[in-house]
Ligand binder design. Sequence first.
Ligand code: BG6
Length: 531
Amino acid sequence: MASSDSANVSEAVPGMPASPCAMVIFGAAGDLTKRKLMPAIYNLAKSRLLPEQFAIVGVSIEPFSTDDFRKKMTDDIREFSIEGIDMSRWDWFAQRLYYLSGDFQDPVLYKKLGETLAQVEKEQGTQGNCLFYLATSPVFFPIVVEQLGAAKLTRQEGPKWKRVVIEKPFGHDLASAVALNHALGHVLEEKQIYRIDHYLGKETVQNLLAFRFANGIFEPVWNRRYVDHVQVTVAEELGVELRGGYYETAGALRDMVPNHIFQLITLSAMEPPISFEADAVHDEQTKILRAIQPLSPERVLDQAVRGQYGEGAMDGKHVPAYRSEPHVAPDSQTPTYVAMALHIDNWRWAGVPFYLRTGKRMTERITQVVIRFRRPPLVLFRNTSVEQIPPNELVINIQPNEGISLSFEAKIPGPVVRLGAVNMDFQYSDYFGTTPSTGYETLLYDCMLGDPTLFQRADMVEAGWAVVQPILDVWKALPPRDFPNYSAGTWGPQQADELLHREGREWRDPTRAGGPHHATGESAGRSGERA
Ligand code: BG6
């Protein structure tokens, strides 16, 4: 994946420290900064991927001094770093932390920021390169960007680059996403905008590209001739925790589908890009989103399922219903679960349904993509006891047990013809060990290198919202009448099972080690005479 930002390209060498830069974090006193950003930047420092000429300027409304900020970050890193802290490395890092207090809407803050950046450039040699990270509520995205523009802080001169990172939600529907892109585009070039989807920081999600395009044997069968259907499951064990305030305005569809799940679907379904340049990859991803059959209101009713968890038991403990969670209305109609069938209208996938589901408070935390192949003809086994041959299945486990397994049928040893499902399993940890990571390291490093491949382009975001907009519209017009409709600790509402049963299929039990649902028992269970 190579850089496509023209500024400073020559200095961006993957695997080497990034080019000198300052990183400005808006929302530096918040949760994202202490839980993810600081531990990730510290990990980059430990891996020697940060430049020596580096600085962080934290910005927030809190009236800290730079010393207070350094102390707070030191306390926070002790709590949130994934591994122990190497204090000498941390001291190097802490000396590069600066702080500025102010109101994001106040032009004075940006004047002071300009002065601080000039000071930082002098003290730390950051060479005028700057990464602005908006770890703020999304309402501030257009405001901060507008103010940065007005203060001329986003102007790129000569080799000096200025980039802005924002994190989902990118709007709450199609119209607001278009408006946000417009507001950003008013100040920034598209190449300066890095829209983070933290799913793309997961190694296994990135591996979808390597798996498909670095191997010759899978692509030939990766299409409608051989694939019966695809399932994507993103199941969470956690409930809404303390995020009820946000979640009430979002719900499972907005929170997970146009972003994380569409990343999984586009990477699984797209055509081979002509290169790993960001635009080439994004073009192919966008084509998939645009090829998804638009959902008419009737099809929304038929092909999209929503759910909300009621009380239940998890790990033997009682857990409350969504409606009893903090900051959630007692009659809330917000979905915490969504499932749907999508069809991609192109030559590769015509007629192959993509089923997706995601929910909170499900049986287990598991994210996987399942490619279910077509069954072979039974001809060869006509006069044996084998009545049905289960289909082969390729399971790509994104988390938590990262790996890939392929199930296939084998003859069970013995004088009669019996088949049993077996697996070829690849576990990431067996081959590559595990590197503790927050998931933000690669993404932040790529921003510094100027490689937007793992980020979302404006048109991708809009194409994603365009797919889910009909569902948002129908669900808004027809409030659910059966919420809560699944118990915490289960795999979701019954309607989601019916969605597949109607088409003669069923969800794969994600906890099963490998092999299709009814494989071993049915085909291997009975004895039969050899013909
Ligand atoms: C976030 C959603 O984007 O992704 C959360 O807002 C969700 O609701 C989270 O829990 C899931 O991420 P992960 O990495 O735990 O699968």
